[in-house]
Each structure stands twice: as C-alpha cells, then as structure tokens.
Design a protein around this ligand. Structure first.
Ligand code: ZN
Length: 243
C-alpha cells in the first residue's frame, strides 16, 4: 500500500508528534512528508528534528524555522511568535540548526507532488479554507502544475474540493487523478480550529483516499512545559483549547 503520512506545523511539540506516529503502523508508511514549521512556539525543537530525521521524512522549512536559524528577520511576526523564536534559538542544538539550514523552502517530491509551507511560490502566504485552496487548485490546473500540492501555515485542516470546515472529526475524501488537489493536514503541534487534538492526514496514493484525522495527547502536560520554560503564557493556553 502506497500510504503517505502528511504533517505540518509540528511547532516543537514532540508529544503531539509521537502521538500521531503511534497512531500509525510505521511499516505501512511509504513516506512521511512535512510542510514546515517544525520548530517555534514549543519547547522540544531538537526532539522533533531528531524524530523527523529518524523517519527519513521529506521536509521543507516554514517561516518559524527560517526565523529561528536567522534566515528571516521576524518583522512579520507578532511579539509572541518573535519571543518564542528567540527562546527557541537558545534551545536549538547545532545539529538541529544544521538540519533546518539544509532544508528547502519548497520541494517537488516527484512529478506529481509539491510541498510548500504557505502557497506555491510564496511560503508566507496564507491559504485559508477550501475556497482559497480551490482557487489555487484552479491555477495549478491552468498552469499544468503538480497534481497534489501540500500546504500548512494556517494550522487548520482543509481540502480544495470541499466547502466543509472539519475541525476535529475524521474526514475521508477521494481525489480524482484528473484534478489538481490541495491538502492542508492541519497542525500537529498547535491546532487552531477549536480542537486541541493533533491533526494530520494520510494519503493512499493507489486508492486516491485521503483521511484527515485527529489524535489526542497529553496537551495539558505540554502546556505546563511551555509555561515553565518561559514561553509567553498565551502559547500554553492556546494548546489547551486549540486556538
Ligand atoms: Zn505554523
């Protein structure tokens, strides 16, 4: 089975990442893709980088990753994100920094699949909801772009062919090979759709099925860790309610 695990916006939350991985049978996965923001906000950046390396995950950088390694000046960040990035620099190991430095901002995995953080050609652009994703899918169709485009950045799961908002429940969609599709799996480590459960997607390339899924983890413990390491207190609070 050609099954791919799609992750985004892990944000240094190893507890959420491990909960997602434990929900899978690793031997069934043919690949793991990650659409950026591995670090920032959370307090376990090195653990998350290490886990992705172990998995051989195919990753790109997000805006938080770039800021933490000095490739973004943070001028577009709010004060909370800026402070979190500053603290992350103090925690980040040289190995983790090297790993992030080696990642691209956008990656064509194969002829058919593109991974970007925000939008194709613009890693910082937010594509909110299925309507903006649909417009982008139309653009890709017109430009004969890749069939599958994976994005993150908004921290909200979304799919190009659906008008639904699906905050926390399992959702299965089938994609059509003839159409361009956009997948935002939602955020592993800092969901913002009202559910604190870690979000991810599983794509079965052979059958064309995409499962948007959630898994609970001990988010209260992580919130305590975030607060105790001196991160802005709202970053702990938002983990508790998924905003
Ligand atoms: Zn993010």
């Amino acid at each position: 089975m050609n099954k791919i695990l799609i992750l985004a916006d892990i944000h240094a939350n190893i507890h959420a990442l491990d909960a997602v991985l434990e929900a899978q049978s690793a031997h069934e996965l043919s690949a793991v893709y990650c659409a950026g923001d591995i670090v920032g906000y959370g307090v376990y950046p090195n653990e998350c980088v290490e886990r992705l390396r172990e998995l051989g995950a195919i990753c790109i950088r997000g805006n938080h990753d770039r800021f933490v390694i000095g490739l973004d000046d943070g001028s577009s960040f709010n004060s909370m994100a800026y402070e979190a990035g500053r603290l992350t620099r103090e925690i980040l190991s040289a190995e983790s920094r090297d790993y992030l430095l080696g990642l691209p901002d956008e990656r064509r995995v194969d002829d058919n699949t593109l991974i970007v953080h925000g939008a194709p050609g613009d890693p910082d652009r937010y594509l909110f909801g299925s309507s903006e994703l649909s417009d982008m899918a139309d653009d890709l169709q017109r430009e004969e772009g890749p069939g599958v485009c994976i994005v993150g950045h908004t921290h909200v799961p979304a799919y190009a062919d659906s008008d639904h908002a699906y905050p926390s429940d399992k959702m299965l969609v089938m994609f059509d090979d003839n159409r361009r599709i956009m997948i935002n799996p939602g955020s592993v480590g800092q969901p913002r759709d009202g559910s604190p459960a870690a979000a991810y997607a599983l794509v079965e390339m052979d059958s064309g099925a995409i499962l948007f899924n959630r898994v609970t983890y001990d988010h209260e413990e992580v919130a305590v860790a975030v607060r105790s390491r001196g991160m802005p207190s709202y970053l702990a609070y938002r983990l508790l309610i998924g905003v």
